[in-house]
Design a protein. Structure first.
Length: 174
């Protein structure tokens, strides 16, 4: 198999894993005191791994795939919010991963927390713009706490499963 074919196969598997995690998150009951649709962001584990393993274009593909899934399952507003939050988060992730390669960089948990914050900021910006209601921004403190908690969990889970994901990727990258 050609390298590009193997890479495409791996991207397909990672995309399926991201969608499966998004679907499972949708089964969780709403979090009390948070806006409807607030999710932990476990699919971002796959986005972070994709960025590290395959690169930025592939991670953006996963981000777009998750946004389309949100749109199909929850509507156009969910698509816009997922896309805005996902793009901002993925770009922040790219910057932080470059920093992590240096001596004073962030670890998985730190990167995940910053990305969760960026994701929430992107979604909040869309909510304010789409609704025309700037008062929605008052949710920022709650979303900040939620992002720190979920980003910590997501980063810790990635740290725990990264060796399994790397083993899976070896089958496709050689």
């Amino acid at each position: 198999m050609k390298t590009s074919t193997k890479k495409l196969a791996l991207l397909g598997i990672l995309g399926a894993q991201a969608l499966a995690l998004s679907f499972l998150e949708g089964l969780l009951p709403p979090f009390p005191f948070l806006p409807p649709g607030a999710k932990p962001g476990f699919a971002n584990i796959i986005t972070m791994f994709t960025l590290c393993t395959l690169g930025l274009p592939e991670a953006l593909y996963i981000t777009a795939m998750k946004a389309v899934f949100a749109g199909v399952t929850r509507g156009f507003t969910a698509f816009l919010m997922s896309l805005a939050g996902g793009l901002l988060s993925t770009l922040a992730m790219r910057i932080l991963l470059k920093t992590a390669k240096r001596k004073n960089g962030f670890g998985w948990v730190g990167i995940s927390v910053v990305c969760a914050l960026c994701h929430n900021a992107g979604q909040l910006a869309v909510a304010v713009f789409w609704s025309g209601t700037p008062r929605i921004a008052a949710l920022a403190p709650l979303l900040l706490l939620f992002a720190v908690a979920t980003g910590t969990v997501t980063g810790a889970v990635l740290r725990a499963v990264i060796s399994v994901l790397q083993k899976q990727a070896k089958y496709f990258t050689g």
